[in-house]
Design a protein around this ligand. Structure first.
Ligand code: MG
Length: 201
């Protein structure tokens, strides 16, 4: 298994072979960070009578179906994720602004590693810039070599804070009661990162 498909220690070298400094390295999630995954998932499972995403919490699905069934729907969406599914309006500028200020952008998703091709294509077709893409079962394997993370999963943000990362992301029903610094738009997340020492010269 290659490192990019779920290995244990990420590279600290960029594509030119130069080491990128930890303070310049930021992890960015995909689902519910760069695009509205929850609404598409809701479209697939609403017939079970599940509540709308504005009422979801971590285990919202358990009353309706199994984790295995949920993952089948999640996998289906990742298979279908193409130019029909746009990123959030400020996602392109969010990533390009991070790039311009010198950040090394590591896109990380918990999705099945066999979705690498479709994921790369989706990022490219929408002009979402990045340096590395990891499809991993646990993003914490990336934490030692990164300074910040943008993610909607409060459990992932909890682990990141313990490791000393700047942890932030978009605010949703499932994370709004956490103690993390969350925002309604990526533009506001960017402003927060700009105020921190992330990627600062
Ligand atoms: Mg997410």
């Amino acid at each position: 298994m290659s490192i990019r498909d779920g290995g244990s220690i990420p590279s600290i070298y960029n594509e030119e072979g130069r080491m990128s400094e930890k303070k310049n390295r930021i992890i960015v999630d995909i689902d519910n960070t760069l695009w509205d995954f929850a609404s598409v998932l809701y479209g697939k499972i609403s017939h079970y009578g599940v509540p709308e995403p504005s009422e979801w919490h971590g285990d919202f699905y358990k009353r309706y179906f199994s984790l295995e069934q949920l993952m089948t729907y999640v996998d289906e969406i990742h298979n279908e994720q193409d130019d029909r599914y746009p990123p959030f309006p400020d996602a392109v500028n969010f990533l390009s602004s991070l790039r311009k200020k010198g950040c090394h952008i590591t896109i990380a998703s918990l999705r099945n590693p066999n979705k690498r091709d479709v994921t790369e294509k989706w990022l490219k077709v929408h002009g979402l810039v990045y340096d590395e893409l990891y499809l991993v079962p646990d993003k914490s394997i990336l934490f030692d070599n990164h300074h910040a993370i943008v993610d909607d999963d409060p459990r992932t943000l909890d682990k990141a804070i313990i490791k000393g990362l700047i942890a932030t992301g978009l605010k949703f029903a499932w994370n709004k009661n956490s103690n993390h610094t969350l925002f309604s738009r990526l533009t506001d997340v960017l402003e927060h990162l700009n105020k921190s020492d992330c990627c600062r010269d």
